[in-house]
Each structure stands twice: as C-alpha cells, then as structure tokens.
Ligand binder design. Structure first.
Ligand code: ATR
Length: 273
C-alpha cells in the first residue's frame, strides 16, 4: 500500500519538498506519495486532522504553520522544543511525534557537503528569530570555539543565548559589538535577504579564509553574500544544501532509509553569481 506524506503551508506552490521527496522515494525504492497542501489560514489542526483521518503518515510543515504544528504535537523532540517550532511530524495512532530538522540539516550540509567541521571554529550567527533559534543546539553539539549571536534587537539575541548557556561557549549582543571581532564561519539567519536587505554587520567579521553561509535558498548573490565576497570570504554558500539535508533527515525518520542528497542539491542549485 502506498504511504502518504505531504508538506503543508500557505502559500505552498513554491515548495520544493514534493520534488525532493519524490526524488528520494524513487532513489530508495519506497512506495510512498508526497503532495503539497495549501492549508487554510487559522485551520492547521483541522487540516492535519483530515490528513491523518485519510491515512496520512507524516507531514512537513512550513510557513506560517510551524508554531501551530508545535502546539499540535503530542511528543516534541528536544530540538523542536528549543527551536520553538516544528517542521516535520510523524503520526503513530493517537501520537503526533514532532521534530525540527532545520538546524541538523544545516550542520550536516556544512560539515559533510562543504567539508567544514565546526569544531574549534569561531562561529557568528546573525539573527535571533525562528531560523536562528533552530540552529543553536546543533551548532553547539559540534563544539565550536565560540558561538556569537548578533541581532538588530540585541535583547532577543541575549535571550536566546541565555536559553542555551549551559550547552557551550555562547554569547550575544548587537551588531555594533562585533567591531574588532573576526570569525571563521558567518551564518545569515535573518530574514533580511528575503527583501534584498543587508544586516548591519561590519565587513571586518570575516577572518582570512572565512566562509559565509546564507540560510535563505535560491536568492543568488544576496547583499550579505556580496559583502562577504568583497570582504575576502573564501567560500560562499546558500541554503540549498540545508534544504536537501533537512528533507533527508525527515525522510530517514519516516522511512528508516537515509537518501543521498547529491542529486537533489545538483538539481536545485541556483548559481550565486
Ligand atoms: P524567521 O522565522 O525567518 O527567523 P523572524 O522570527 O521574524 O523570522 O526573525 C527575523 C530575524 O531577521 C530577526 O532576527 C530580525 O531581527 P530583529 O529581531 O531585530 O527584528 C532579523 N531581520 C529582519 N530584517 C532585518 C534587517 N533588515 N537587518 C537586520 N536584521 C533583520
């Protein structure tokens, strides 16, 4: 029998998840279908209930429903709890198991695909919203030398740092405090790039040979990546690998088989230049 999965969001037509999971299913020989559901606003629970009643096995969740999914879950993983948001769910009878694979997907992309271990590195994270939050535990698990969170609203960054203070060398502040500090890896987890804006990060944060990573996907050379390039950052990346890896994590969680992501990344890569 074909097992049914879906991604739910609003809007949803832009989602690459059906393509990605379709490719994974083909490559691993899984008998499954994966559709996109445009959920009516304010009706996440009713839409998820209907999908489950029809035999649905699991959902990916995207904007604006990640917090609704958090509330809908009966069993939250530690990662999902700290992220405060859910991007994958698995249905087992009455139970709704909930996960957030964005951060582990990002780390896996950086460490495995880009060949850049985070251990002992100086890491700068820009932003303190939902996207940034999900990266904290996976970053700290890699044992960086330091993790600095910078945000326009410094209080938000400090609140995030306080939540994970026991987990590793984390500190936080505003952008002005970055003057005079240099990092090996700089991640842009703000939503600025979605509006072609530049977070006010000093160009001096990029240490010689630094890497710059834009969590947004498919925006080409964003103002952040351009700044990094002009400041001498050696390698630039966007979130295509993160997108593929978080999908692979969900797929493995659902199906017990971890698909290879290379073909998906090749298919979805948009040139940065
Ligand atoms: P997301 O879920 O995408 O993280 P969010 O929770 O609304 O969205 O958070 C957006 C993040 O981008 C915040 O860190 C925000 O900074 P503030 O907390 O100070 O608002 C950051 N952001 C958005 N536009 C920005 C800009 N032009 N410059 C700097 N930071 C920006």
């Amino acid at each position: 029998m074909t097992d049914n999965y879906a991604v739910i969001g609003n809007p949803i037509s832009h989602s690459k998840s059906p393509l990605i999971h379709g490719m994974f299913a083909l490559a691993t020989g899984q008998d499954m279908a994966y559709q996109a559901i445009e959920g009516p606003l304010g009706q996440f629970a009713a839409t998820a209930d209907a999908f489950r009643a029809a035999g649905g096995r699991g959902l990916n969740v995207t904007a604006p429903f990640k917090l609704d999914a958090f509330a809908y879950a009966t069993d939250l993983s530690e990662r999902a709890r700290l992220a405060g948001a859910v991007n994958a769910m698995k249905f087992e009878g009455e139970r709704v198991l909930a996960e957030n694979f964005d951060g582990v997907g990002l780390v896996r992309d950086v460490v495995h695909n880009l060949g850049c271990p985070l251990q002992a590195k100086r890491v700068l994270l820009l932003g303190a919203g939902g996207a940034a939050r999900g990266t904290l535990l996976p970053f700290l698990a890699e044992r960086p030398a330091q993790l600095v969170i910078a945000n326009r609203t410094a209080d938000r960054a400090q609140a995030l740092a306080a939540e994970v203070a026991g987990q590793g060398p984390v500190s936080a502040g505003g952008y002005a405090e970055l003057t005079g500090q240099a990092f090996d890896l700089v991640f842009n987890a703000t939503s600025a790039s979605l509006r072609a804006e530049l977070p006010p990060v000093p160009a001096t944060v990029f240490a010689p040979g630094a890497r710059a990573y834009e969590l947004a996907y498919g925006k080409g050379l964003t103002p952040f990546l351009r700044l990094a390039r002009n400041a001498g950052a050696q390698r630039l990346a966007d979130g295509v690998g993160m997108l593929a890896e978080q999908a692979a994590e969900a797929f493995a969680w659902w199906r017990g088989r971890r698909p290879d992501t290379r073909a998906v990344i090749d298919r979805l890569t948009v040139p940065l230049a």
